[in-house]
Design a protein around this ligand. Sequence first.
Ligand code: GCU
Length: 496
Amino acid sequence: MATGWRRASTMAIASRVALACLIVACAQHQPKGSTRAPEPKSWTAAQDHVQMMEQLGIQALRPGPSGNERDPNHANYDESRANPYPDLPPLLTLKSGAQVTDPRMWRRRRAEIVDDFEREVFGRVPKNAPAVLWSVVAADTATSAGRRVVGKQLVGHVDNTGYPSIDVNIALTLVVPENGRSPAPVMIMFRGGSLAQAVGRPAPASTGRGGFAPPPPSPGSDAPATDQLIADGWGFAFLNPVTIQADNGAGLTRGVIGLVNRGQPRRPDDWGALRAWAWGASRALDYLETDRTVDANIVGIEGVSRYGKAALVTMAFDERFALVLVGSSGEGGAKLHRRNWGEAVENLTGSGEYHWMAGNFLKYGASSATFGSKNAGDLPVDAHELIALCAPRLTFISYGMPEKGDAKWLDHQGSFMAAIAAGPAFRLLGAKDLGRTDNYKTEKMPPVNVGLLDGQLAWRQHDGGHTDGPNWKYFIAWADRFLGRRYVAAPPVPGR
Ligand code: GCU
């Protein structure tokens, strides 16, 4: 916790830099000629969803099951009915049928898997995705978790000269310990949070910009993840996902997705929100690579729930990320799509959540379409392959307990099976996996609080709820071990 702070003298410099950047950006914004592009399309998620169904030739989608166990159409929680498509797409077989036996062949297989995920599941980052111009708009120093820290508030202005009606400014807050000359490894977290909060000063009134932020920990519990990281010599960065792309379907004609499409609807293989958030994390890493206080070789990504999915997607697609903490990610994240347990493909193809995915993903929930119908078993890839794309880098799959609110809906066992089935890719690349057999059909997840932490692929279900809070200390110690760092634990939050 902060014990004192002062305005940094860098503040004045920072604002001058920001002003200079703004002037450059404004100069680029002058409209060329008098022809104005049309305003971005304004419609509801339901309208956008229908137009995507029309593009795909889908007449009807199966409704997703209900999360409420009292509803007649509730999701399945009977393990004997949980594996209707028991065989996963083979991980180490090229489309040609050849077995992948060495890392060089894995590069080819990896490209095939990436292509399938991009086309059918998460969508592609457009080739003309705009550049991001980062500027420091405020700076601060403080004492946090017993160390001097330096905080910076950054804005990543997404070049909108091609379509000035949409203005996207990514909010990133970076805090690193004052380490003298040695740059700090950094965890980027998908969440909101002001500079004042980040350096540990009492929170001012909310900015109303959204972005999930965890509640403060109670006395006696682990220190907040941010304090744990600082105490151990790491830095952290809050990356506010909704400043990149809104978390709803109506927003798909705005944000960075709308900007590239000049305010018009997506095509079926265009990126969804998960891929857009992941793209934003990659752009944040671009900035961190230029910041001398940061060791850009050790930058990780973290998120919980929908942002756990986004963290996994980030790590899978951008090989510059060294590590990931995937919190309670469920369907669309670490959970196997092919499992019939809790949240289903059909929930992600409905109008409330489809915006996370590529339009093409809707096909797998179709009951009636020009192509007939498709289901989870028709997906060319599954979650084990998404996890495998992270290999051999440090990949920690985290969950909590259903009894404490980490809903059964997330399918802990189905996520464990995916991690088991990803194991061969880690071993092929010289890393260690969960240390179990490769038989995802029979392997059962370990009891709560029993971590499988001996490999670069790790698993731990903690005894808390829908959070990764209780797993942070295991995650940091595990990462340090593989990175050759000495782990320094933060003291718990003082009791009353
Ligand atoms: C819903 C949704 C999940 C998602 C979660 C969240 O429960 O079904 O897929 O992870 O919201 O992000 O909070």
